[in-house]
Design a protein around this ligand. Sequence first.
Ligand code: PTJ
Length: 258
Amino acid sequence: MRGEETTKDIPATHPRHLSLMTRARLTEGVRQGMTSFDGLIAHGRGEAFDYLLGERTHDFALRSIEAATAHFLTADHPVISVNGNTAALVPAELVMLAELLDSPLEVNIFHPSPERELLIRDHLIAHGARKVLLSEKEVTLPFLDSNRRFVNSRGIYRADLVFVPLEDGDRCEALIRSGRKVITIDLNPLSRTAQTASVTVVDNIVRALPLLLDRVKQLNSFAQTSLHEILESYDNRSVLYEAERVLRGEEGLRNKRK
Ligand code: PTJ
């Protein structure tokens, strides 16, 4: 495939080195057949929001990370859903989260492709994953028509909490309607997923996931009552409101950007 020039010769001194390297992970994901072409467009949309957010983790995102952690540590059956973008961007971090929570990773993709599902599974295994579930054609989520309705009976189907970063909207609504809690990471606070999820971390997944891992390690020893207190005081609406204000430039919080 053409386009191999995108992964090499990005000088470390380039002012947008991190952003270019992140893009390269996705283009490499496409070359490997793991990430969809649509995934590149989705990333471009994310980049635009990230630019307006100043490409940094805001306090509202830290509050969401705290609440997400409390949800993970109080859930009975948390499951981590992986698509073609997250597999390319943060495979090691997803595997680490699954280890810390002792919960399964489940490949669940929007654009149907059995080949891509297997490539994503193999990529996660290559990064140390012990348990990666695939969808089962006879097991479906209610309230959903897309390919994402196919789930695994030992994974999302029986989960009480599902982590769905970089989601496309419909499934988040379906999961909430069927009584599950949903944690997402989405740079767009106006997206349907962001608006519907139980906890929305408005941040770039490449920054947010390492912070989430740290928080899970820190709060792991907390009593369940303290975790429930965190959840009771958390307000997703106010997080989304604050994120939108930053995007609209109303907070004067935007950083100088490169
Ligand atoms: O692998 P598949 O087939 O499951 O497809 C995955 C994509 C991401 C293509 C699919 O789920 C999709 O089309 O998603 P959407 O509807 O474009 O939504 C993705 C959301 O993630 C958008 O709101 C983006 O702003 C956001 N986003 C993109 N990149 C990042 C991000 N949020 C956080 N970190 C990012 N790096």
